[in-house]
Design a protein around this ligand. Structure first.
Ligand SMILES: Cc1cc2nc3c(=O)[nH]c(=O)nc-3n(C[C@H](O)[C@H](O)[C@H](O)COP(=O)(O)O)c2cc1C
Length: 307
């Protein structure tokens, strides 16, 4: 990446990333398991699959399906629980060529806090608070409610000294209110966004594409939805750093998120079709910067022109 004089560094609150792209949670496994498949040298950070306090078995199959250009999933955060996760993954975190962030999920604030403590002990560089998983057993989604969001973020804030990002939902009625609550409770940035509630049906079997019927929709079609969230929060809470996430497939998608007000951008679903997408995205980003006389990523953040 040091081939050119372009400065690709991105600032996300207290964190400096060497590159503005981040690998999104749930799309690169535990990060350490994906290291041989992807190319983490071009990423600023990579986020491991969300983990809970006790083991979660995940949902029944089918739990992954295509829908148009996007993907439906209802994995249900299958994970071995933080203790086992730390035992398996912790010792290998130092082996991957990228800062590894943990992702905490839970049924209540105490559960989230326990995971955050465990993630810090395991050696992650930051903690994402997944307030927005769309397919938990009890259908609960913290990120739809400002009070519940604040309670969980505050508990995580007291449990760890690591930087924390609050991952929010595009399904929230008022994303600005939720983002402001997360910031007041101690989040260093918000991740905008997780998947959009979606559903689909197989026209031959007439069955739902997912066992749970409703699940999380991701990929190219959600870009405009997440982008709208980024724009609204950038306008409504201007001092809150944003990690944009949703439907990114190219360097131009990254630029678009930066213009809308994101400080860095996560790539998710696109990893399934193209595990080494990061390298292509960075090349395209560099090309855009060179063509447009941009020397540093910071110049693009919130740089959308008004009508
Ligand atoms: C199969 C799958 C599993 C996911 N698992 C998680 C997860 O464990 N934790 C989380 O915060 N987000 C999870 N996500 C959401 C992604 O991190 C991302 O926020 C979302 O897919 C939107 O970005 P994309 O359109 O680039 O995929 C998952 C997404 C997919 C497709």
């Amino acid at each position: 990446m040091s081939r050119s004089v372009l400065d690709l560094a991105a600032t996300l609150g207290p964190v400096t990333l060497r590159s503005p792209i981040v690998a999104a949670s749930g799309t690169v496994g535990s990060v350490v398991d994906f290291a041989g498949v992807g190319d983490f040298t071009v990423y600023g950070a990579a986020v491991a699959k969300s983990v809970s306090s006790a083991p979660w078995p995940g949902r029944d199959k089918p739990r992954l399906s295509s829908s148009g250009e996007g993907m439906l999933n209802a994995i249900g955060i299958q994970n071995p629980g933080i203790e086992e996760w730390a035992r398996q993954i912790g010792p290998r975190i130092g082996d991957v060529p990228v800062p590894v962030w943990g992702s905490a999920v839970g049924h209540d604030a105490t559960g989230f806090a326990e995971v955050a403590t465990g993630l810090e002990r395991a050696g992650v560089a930051a903690v994402e608070v997944n307030l927005s998983c769309p397919n938990l057993d009890d259908g609960h989604l913290f990120a739809l409610d400002a009070k519940a969001t604040a309670e969980v973020v505050a508990a995580v804030r007291s449990a760890t000294s690591l930087p924390i990002g609050a991952k929010l939902s595009p399904n929230a009625i008022d994303i600005v209110e939720i983002a402001a609550a997360a910031q007041q409770a101690g989040a260093d940035w918000v991740v905008l966004t997780n998947t959009v509630w979606g559903a689909g049906f197989d026209v031959t079997t007439r069955r739902p594409k997912l066992r749970t019927v409703v699940g999380g929709y991701s990929g190219a079609p959600v870009k405009a939805i997440a982008m709208r969230c980024v724009w609204e929060v950038a306008q409504g809470v201007p001092d809150l750093p944003i990690l944009g996430c949703g439907g990114v497939r190219s360097g131009e998608d990254v630029v678009e998120y930066l213009l809308a007000g994101a400080s860095a951008v996560a790539i998710g679903t696109a990893h399934f079709a193209e595990p080494r997408i990061g390298r292509r995205v960075i090349k395209q980003l560099e090309k855009y910067m060179t063509r447009n006389g941009i020397t540093a990523i910071e110049e693009l953040v919130g740089a959308a022109e008004p009508w």
